[in-house]
Design a binder for this molecule. Structure first.
Ligand code: G6P
Length: 366
């Protein structure tokens, strides 16, 4: 009830602000990288597999999409991500050397459980889940598990479950990389150090809330929005658009920024806010030219830039600077202002933030 909301208006806001704690708890006790973080026998599983297939729904599917970039770039293991409800019903080519990874906050989503059982029925026995509920059907049915410690998530729109999934998936990436001989001790130490700093880094991002609220005032009167990102931040753009749809009922789409010219640019007018997730990585220069394409058509940009970029606010370009540049873990930080943007836009529109129409927290029937 309202008693455990503390200073927050809604569970979603409380859960957004719990993320530093949720990540700290999820990483607690992780002193170094070892396959056994995923349970007994994980080393021989990781030795035996030569590719990964991630299965999930909704927000959990988007964390899988981020993980695909990590797993291929860092562990050099081929990785596919598929929507559970698609996988369970299509004819695919089973591969006994595949590591099946399900991602689910609840561990009870019917489509994700069915997708796991479908993979098992095709002879795939190497199964692992990233799940927030240790007593769930998913944890029981998978050989290996990493249980995230987000704590109970009550808001229908997932927030802290997503960022803790990413933390678990990053550990999986490093454990796979180590097993495959692709993680030096120095790299391991640097990654662990960056992970340990995440709670403090998240706290600094949460302090951007007043700036995001100013954006939300402008979004509240819109009926459409476009989100752009590249690389690991493309799934973050997708998640940002999903959050906006779920709780504000504003139509939102996300595109990989390089696809802008292949369609969505036709939609860009001054009535279409364009949110750009723009970390200062090797794709920034390309992203800047995508932004020029938007400006040339009168589109108004809302840019989440890193602290050390040279992107400045100007006519039609609104910039929020992230506190620091965070390398490969940057998606865990960049999603937070997007969560806050949806939350405050929903508040401004007066929608039922924690219980959006037509949606359920956990979809346990088809
Ligand atoms: C529902 C929820 C989403 C969630 C999805 C998958 O649609 O409203 O927030 O991402 O289910 O749930 P899971 O528990 O499997 O992560």
């Amino acid at each position: 009830g309202a008693a455990d909301l503390g200073p927050y208006r809604h569970y979603m806001q409380k859960e957004i602000f719990e993320q530093p704690r949720a990540i700290a708890d999820t990483l607690e006790g992780v002193e170094g990288i070892t396959p056994e973080l995923f349970g007994d026998g994980a080393y021989s599983t990781f030795k035996a597999i030569d590719n990964v297939l991630i299965l999930a729904c909704g927000t959990s599917y988007y964390s899988g999409c981020v993980a695909k970039y990590w797993i291929e770039a860092i562990a050099k293991v081929p990785c596919q991500v598929e929507i559970a409800s698609e996988y369970r019903y299509r004819e695919s080519v089973p591969n006994p050397s595949t590591l099946i990874v399900t991602i689910t906050q609840s561990g009870e989503t019917a489509d994700t459980l069915a997708a796991l059982r479908h993979a098992q029925s095709l002879g795939m026995t190497h199964t692992l889940t990233i799940c927030n509920v240790s007593t769930s059907a998913m944890v029981r049915e998978c050989k290996h598990a990493y249980v995230t410690r987000a704590g109970a998530e009550i808001g229908v729109a997932s927030t802290k479950a997503f960022t803790t999934q990413l933390a678990g998936l990053f550990l999986l990436t490093l454990a796979l990389a180590q097993t495959k001989g692709r993680l030096s001790d120095a790299e391991e130490a640097a990654h662990i150090k960056a992970m340990r700093h995440l709670p403090a880094a998240l706290q600094a991002v949460l302090a951007l809330e007043p700036q995001v609220m100013a954006w939300a005032q402008e979004f509240a009167s819109k009926e459409n929005a476009l989100f752009l990102g590249r690389g690991t931040h493309y799934p973050i753009a997708l998640e940002g658009a999903l959050k906006l749809k779920e709780i504000t009922y504003i139509h939102a789409e996300a595109y990989a920024a390089g696809e802008l010219k292949h369609g969505p640019l036709a939609l860009v007018t001054s009535a279409m806010p364009v949110v750009t997730v723009a970390p200062n990585d090797q794709l920034l220069e390309k992203l800047k030219s995508n932004m020029q394409e938007v400006r040339a058509r009168g589109g108004v940009l809302y840019v989440l830039a890193d602290g050390d970029t040279k992107i400045e606010s100007s006519e039609g370009i609104n910039v929020i600077r992230m506190p620091e540049h965070y390398g490969v873990l940057s998606p865990i930080l960049h999603v937070v202002p997007l969560q806050l943007l949806s939350y405050h836009t929903a508040c401004a529109r007066g929608t039922d933030v924690d219980k959006p129409r037509n949606l359920a927290k956990s979809v346990t029937v088809e």
